[in-house]
Design a protein around this ligand. Structure first.
Ligand SMILES: C[S@@+](CC[C@H](N)C(=O)[O-])C[C@H]1O[C@@H](n2cnc3c(N)ncnc32)[C@H](O)[C@@H]1O
Length: 309
């Protein structure tokens, strides 16, 4: 069960029990979602881990295999779920998701309409943001995909916050029953511009809209269509740069800016590849952008419903 109440963060609260969903963490780029089942085992390159050994341990525990290898058992969160979910489609990742949740002004109690659901990566974070009294209604025209998303929301315990509908949103728009009830509408569809009139109809006064599109031509058509009913139309590309920071022994580094690091003289240099080297007479700290950093994912176009009175 993925916890949605910030005041009762699952990992601070209780120990792992049979049936719990845990994130088995090997390293930041190697994690797996596991549902605890007494009598089952997890086998990986570190050996065999018995689920029964995990029951009763606090979340965050380091647990050992029969060969002395170890993993950590983390409490599931939307941030971790996005990294372990099964990819049935392209998904939104943390940098875009966090920007969407903030810029759409989604708060506890919000009603959010989304299409398409895809793998439910964004929906999971939307659900936590609207909890405990809001709701996410998400639609996908692909029946099997919608079904798998429903299964996932049940597994993560979010099914009371997210409802998945099967519907061709580009063909039919959002259902009329939501007219004037949505605080926010989010689209991740191939032709978002055809859905914009329906999105405008669904939104409450001052409601917010966002569309994610990989190509600038899609953005251009969406922006043109948004002019009719929306204001404050803005497009962003969120680029995330991650760094590897480590200590290196490096004698004779030259720099043009010097400072002090405790009792050691300290020099800093910015290299042409964007990395920073801070050196002292004893050791240096190197901060280098990671090669694995994700580049372009898509453009996020935001707008606010025009007030007509
Ligand atoms: C890229 S995925 C969405 C990924 C999602 N944002 C996530 O973070 O997991 C796009 C989804 O839109 C759905 N889709 C495409 N056209 C649609 C339409 N006309 N109506 C409803 N869903 C549609 C596809 O089936 C697909 O699942």
């Amino acid at each position: 069960m993925l916890d949605t109440d910030p005041a009762k963060k699952l990992s601070f609260n209780r120990s792992i029990t049979n049936g719990d969903l845990v994130i088995v963490y090997e390293r930041h780029d190697n994690m797996k979602a596991v549902t605890i089942s007494e009598g089952s085992v997890l086998q990986n390159r570190f050996g065999v881990f018995k689920h029964s050994d995990w029951i009763g341990k606090p979340f965050g525990s380091k647990v050992f295999s029969n060969k002395g290898g170890f993993v950590y058992l983390l409490a599931p969160t939307p941030e971790l779920w996005t990294l372990v979910l099964s990819h049935r489609t392209q998904i939104l990742y943390i940098a875009d998701i966090s920007f969407v949740v903030m810029y759409l002004e989604i708060v506890p109690g919000s009603v959010v309409l989304e299409s398409g659901t895809g793998s439910g990566s964004l929906s999971t974070s939307l659900a936590r943001a609207v909890a405990p009294t809001g709701h996410v209604y998400t639609f996908d025209f692909h029946e099997q995909r919608a079904g798998s998303a429903r299964d996932d929301f049940e597994r993560t315990g979010l099914n009371n916050l997210v409802t998945v509908g099967v519907r061709d949103i580009q063909g039919a728009g959002f259902p009329d029953e939501f007219s004037g009830h949505a605080d926010a509408v989010f689209l991740d569809l191939p032709q978002p511009w055809v859905v914009i009139p329906s999105a405008a109809k669904m939104l409450k006064q001052d409601g917010t809209f966002c569309s994610f599109s990989p190509c600038i031509e899609q953005v251009q058509r969406s922006c043109e269509t948004l002019q009719t009913s929306f204001t404050d139309i803005r497009t962003f590309e969120v680029l995330l740069r991650t760094y590897e920071v480590r200590e290196v022994k490096m004698d004779g580094v030259e720099g043009n800016e010097s400072g002090s690091n405790g009792s050691h003289p300290c020099k800093r240099r910015l290299c042409s590849d964007g990395s920073n080297v801070v050196s002292s007479s004893i050791s240096s700290v190197m901060a280098r952008p990671c090669g694995e950093a994700r580049g372009h994912t898509g453009y996020l176009t935001f707008a606010r419903l025009k007030c007509l009175s």
